[in-house]
Design a protein around this ligand. Structure first.
Ligand code: BMA
Length: 334
């Protein structure tokens, strides 16, 4: 039966925004785009991007038992730019994506290091979100929107990232034996063209989600209008063993800015998740997102519902860079 409504996959929490600059124990201008993880005791840790009134961002940890309220926020920046030793961080560090690597029992944080050449991708590791070890810049400017897969592939780490030029901003994947040296770089998912919601510029949102059907990847698409850009979210699925192979790509966006706190702020009309946590039932999933580059919000979803949606809404794709399957439509999706 047809319905007049699009299926709703992400449900906004009634407490939204769950964290704002007013909650901070020290002065900041805005807080948004947090990385997220569930700690061993079941509590939630957000590594939040806090921007000060200079315009420079640092990262600050907020912890909560239920991932919704009663946040305990570090009393000073948890992970601050270190421009003396890492000049690529001179204009701040932004948009962390956290991956727990079970085999080395460390959290790997991929973040945007904003330096004088532009934004690049840097990596740091931690076990406690107190002490961090920097790997430094791994993808030079312009590159951002990066996260590491929580598994290795034939012994190699894999990183999704988004290099951009004046004419293109697609998602790419690179591999590394040691987190320092990256190569075997391949186009993973291209931005579409023309009028599409994800035309011209796309990028990874939170780290890939491991499911039985493949790696579920939420990405943001940027549509430019006369009055500015709209940041919305879509879904794609990649092969479990060969993550460079795209299996499915949704056509329509599944979440976009609608509420006042998403429409109005420093950068209006932007929803930007950098992290999620998975519930004990392994199906419920909580996305933490920046709203209008000003506050932190929560939306809940079901992994199985997202996979079903992709089965119905998505193009069946095969091969790298989302080539359409032979039996698919002869109309290229982009
Ligand atoms: C992207 C990133 C994000 C930001 C978004 C909207 O390019 O820089 O940090 O939230 O733009 O401004």
């Amino acid at each position: 039966m047809r319905s007049s409504e699009y299926e709703v996959l992400l449900h906004r929490h009634p407490n939204n925004p769950i964290l704002t600059a007013k909650d901070w124990p020290y002065p900041i201008h805005t807080v948004f785009n947090p990385g997220a993880t569930r700690l061993k005791d079941g509590s939630t840790l957000l590594l939040c991007r806090a921007e000060d009134r200079r315009g420079i961002s640092h990262l600050c940890a907020a912890r909560s038992r239920n991932g919704i309220d009663n946040w305990i926020i570090d009393s000073e920046p948890t992970f601050a730019p270190d421009p003396i030793n890492y000049p690529e961080e001179v204009w701040g560090i932004e948009d962390p994506r956290i991956t727990y690597m079970p085999d080395i029992q460390e959290y790997l944080v991929a973040y945007t290091a904003f330096g004088k050449s532009g934004p690049g991708v840097a990596i740091a590791s931690t076990t406690d979100f107190v002490n961090f070890q920097r790997y430094g810049l791994v993808m030079h400017a312009d590159d951002k929107d990066a996260a590491i897969f929580p598994r290795r592939f034939n012994g190699e780490y894999a990183l999704i990232h988004r290099p951009s030029t004046e004419t293109s901003a697609h998602m790419w994947i690179s591999f590394s034996p040691d987190l320092h040296n990256w190569g075997r770089t391949m186009l993973l998912l291209p931005a579409r063209r023309g009028a599409w919601w994800d035309a011209r510029k796309i990028g990874l949102s939170p780290p890939p989600i491991e499911t039985e059907e493949g790696w579920l990847v939420m990405y943001h698409g940027v549509r430019r209008h006369a009055s500015g850009s709209i940041y919305r979210l879509g879904l794609a699925l990649f092969d479990l063993k060969h993550p460079e192979i795209c299996l499915k790509r949704g056509n329509v966006w599944m979440f976009g800015p609608e509420e006042p706190y998403e429409l109005v702020g420093d950068v209006g009309s932007a929803v930007f998740p950098c992290g999620y946590t998975v519930d004990d039932d392994q199906d419920g999933i909580n996305f933490y997102y920046g709203a209008a580059d000003s506050s932190i919000c929560l939306a809940t979803a079901s992994i199985s519902q997202m996979l079903n949606w992709l089965n119905q809404e998505g193009n069946q794709l095969t091969g790298v860079a989302g080539q359409i399957a032979e039996q698919g439509s002869d109309e290229p999706p982009y």
